[in-house]
Ligand binder design. Structure first.
Ligand code: HEC
Ligand code: HEC
Length: 423
C-alpha cells in the first residue's frame, strides 16, 4: 500500500502524547512512537489495522516489555501471579514449544506455560571483610499447555534490555567491530572477544542486537519481536502464527490478521518501518559525550573493565541520516561475544555464540537508573540487583577483572561503581 494512504490511517490509530526527545524529529517519528506503544488485538476487527495478535504471544505490544524504552524485570518468585516485565524464556528449538515459551493466548487458545524462578542466596566475602549476597537462579516451567518439554530442551531466560541508542549501535561499521576482535586476539591476553556472524538472506553480517548479538540489524530485531513476542507477521517473518510449531495445529489454524491491504501481512513494511525509525532516533540516556570523571575512567581501565566495555566507537558516514553519521559515541561495549564462565552460562547457542557466550552489554544509560542501585535488574536474566553483584557474576574471560575488582580497597570499589552508574 502506498505511504500516502497508510499514513493517515496509522495517524488515526495511535496516541501521540508521550513525545520523548528524539535525535531527528518529525511526524513519522511520532507515529512510530505511537506504534511502539500500541497494544495489538486478536483478529478479526472491523478496521483490520491493529489485529492479528497471537494466537499465542508473550505481550500485546513493544512497550509492554520495554516500558518507556527501558528494560524489564524478572517475575518475583514470592508473588505467584507475577509475570515480571519483559521476561522471556527462550528455548533451543523445542519440537513442540519452538524458540520461546509463549505465556499468553487469545480467547479459545491455550498458553504454553509460565516461567518459574527459584533463587538461592550465595554470600561473597571481599578480602577486607565486606559481604555481598548474590542470588543464583534456577528456572522451570509451570502449567505446561502442550505436554512435556523435550528432554534436550534447555531454557534460556532473557530480560528485555533498554532500547535507547539502538540507531547509533546499528550505524557502527561491521569492520570496526571486526578490527576490535582482531586487536583483542593479537594482544594475547585472556580477553578475546569474537563477533557473532549471522547470515540473513544469504548475506553475512556482524550480529549486534540481543544478549547474544544474534541479530545484525535493528530492523530484523524489531521484526523478530513481532514474530516471537507478539505473534504477528512482518515482511521478514511471514508466518502469522509466530513461534507456533507444526505440532501446535490449533494455533496454526487459529484466526490471523493477514490482510490484502497490508501486503498480505499483519504488520506491513510501512508499519515496521515507522517503528524502526522511531527506535533508530531514540537517543541514549547518556554516552554522547566522553565521561567527565577522568579518575573513574582510569580505574575502569586499570581493573580491566574497558577491555570489553570499550568506551567508544565511531559510526559510519551516512548522508541520509545526519544525526547518526560519523559520530563518536560512548556505549562502553565492544559488541563482541565473550565466554563469561559457567555461572552465567545458559547452554544455548545462537549462530556463533555458544552456551557460555554473551555480548558485552553497553553500559550507557545506567546514570538514569543510578538511584536504584541495590534494586536494579542487571545481566541477561536480571539476577543482579546492583553493579557490585553484576561484576561478581563475571567469570571466564572476565575472571581477572572480577578478581582485580575484589582486591581493590573499599573506597576504590565504591569509586568504580559510582563511575559505572554515571555512564
Ligand atoms: C515479551 C516481551 C517483549 C516484547 C513484547 C518485545 N520485546 Fe524487545 N526484547 C525483549 C527481550 C527479552 C529482548 C532480548 C532478546 C534476546 O537477547 O534474545 C529484547 C530485545 C530487543 C531489542 C535489542 C536490544 C539490544 O540491546 O540489543 C530491541 C531493539 C527490541 N527488543 C525492540 C522491540 C520492539 C520494536 C518490539 C515491538 C515490536 C519489542 N521489542 C517487543 C522482550 C520483548
Ligand atoms: C571479558 C569481557 C568483560 C569484562 C572484562 C567486563 N565485562 Fe562487564 N559484561 C560483559 C558481558 C559479556 C556482560 C553481559 C553478561 C550477562 O548479561 O550475562 C557484562 C555485563 C556487565 C554489567 C551489567 C549491565 C546490564 O545492564 O545488565 C555491568 C554493570 C558490567 N558488566 C560492568 C563491568 C565492570 C565494572 C567491569 C570491570 C570490573 C566489567 N564489567 C568487566 C563483559 C565484560
Amino acid at each position: 500500500m502506498r505511504k500516502s494512504v497508510v499514513r493517515p490511517l496509522l495517524a488515526a490509530l495511535v496516541v501521540l502524547p508521550l513525545a520523548a526527545p528524539v535525535l531527528a524529529d518529525g511526524l513519522d517519528t511520532r507515529i512510530g512512537e505511537g506504534l511502539f506503544r500500541r497494544m495489538w488485538v486478536a483478529a478479526p476487527t472491523a478496521t483490520q489495522a491493529a489485529d492479528g495478535l497471537g494466537p499465542l504471544y508473550n505481550a500485546r505490544g513493544c512497550a509492554a516489555c520495554h516500558p518507556k524504552g527501558g528494560g524489564g524485570r524478572p517475575p518475583d518468585p514470592a508473588v505467584a501471579s507475577d509475570q515480571g516485565v519483559g521476561f522471556a524464556l527462550k528455548m533451543n528449538d523445542d519440537p513442540v514449544y519452538g524458540r520461546q515459551l509463549q505465556t499468553n493466548a487469545i480467547p479459545g487458545h491455550r498458553a504454553e506455560g509460565r516461567p518459574t524462578i527459584r533463587y538461592r542466596d550465595e554470600p561473597v566475602r571481599f578480602p577486607d571483610g565486606e559481604r555481598v549476597t548474590l542470588r543464583r537462579p534456577s528456572y522451570g516451567v509451570a502449567d505446561l499447555g502442550y505436554g512435556p518439554l523435550a528432554a534436550e530442551t534447555v531454557l534460556s531466560p532473557r530480560l528485555a534490555p533498554r532500547v535507547h541508542g539502538m540507531g547509533l549501535l546499528d550505524a557502527i561499521p561491521d569492520a570496526a567491530i571486526e578490527a576490535e576482535a582482531e586487536r583483542q586476539r593479537a594482544s594475547g591476553g585472556p580477553v578475546a572477544g569474537r563477533p557473532n556472524r549471522v547470515v540473513v538472506d544469504g548475506v553475512a553480517r556482524v550480529g549486534r542486537f540481543g544478549w547474544k548479538a544474534a541479530n545484525p540489524t535493528l530492523d530484523r530485531q524489531n521484526a523478530e519481536a513481532f514474530s516471537l513476542d507478539i505473534g504477528m507477521s512482518t515482511p521478514a517473518f511471514r508466518d502469522p502464527w509466530g513461534d507456533c510449531t507444526a505440532a501446535q495445529t490449533a494455533c496454526r489454524a487459529g484466526p490471523h490478521g493477514d490482510s490484502k491491504q497490508f501486503e498480505g501481512l499483519e504488520i506491513p513494511s510501512s508499519v515496521i518501518g515507522l517503528i524502526d525509525g522511531f527506535l533508530r532516533d531514540l537517543p541514549p540516556d547518556g554516552g554522547l559525550e566522553p565521561p567527565k570523571d577522568a579518575e573513574g575512567a582510569a580505574l575502569f581501565a586499570s581493573v580491566g573493565c574497558a577491555s570489553c566495555h570499550r568506551p567508544s566507537y565511531t559510526t559510519a558516514a551516512d548522508p541520509t541520516r545526519p544525526a547518526l553519521s560519523e559520530r563518536t559515541i560512548f556505549p562502553h561495549s565492544d559488541l563482541l561475544l565473550h565466554d563469561m564462565g559457567d555461572g552465567l552460562a545458559d547452554g544455548v547457542a545462537a549462530f556463533e555464540a555458544r552456551g557460555r557466550d554473551w555480548r558485552t552489554t553497553p553500559l550507557w544509560g545506567l546514570n538514569r537508573l543510578a538511584a536504584q542501585d541495590g534494586r536494579l535488574t542487571l545481566l541477561h536474566d536480571g539476577r543482579a540487583r546492583s553493579v557490585a553483584e553484576a561484576i561478581l557474576w563475571h567469570g571466564g574471560e572476565a575472571e581477572s577483572a572480577r578478581r582485580s575488582y575484589m582486591e581493590l580497597p573499599r573506597e576504590a570499589r565504591k569509586r568504580l561503581v559510582r563511575y559505572v552508574l554515571g555512564l
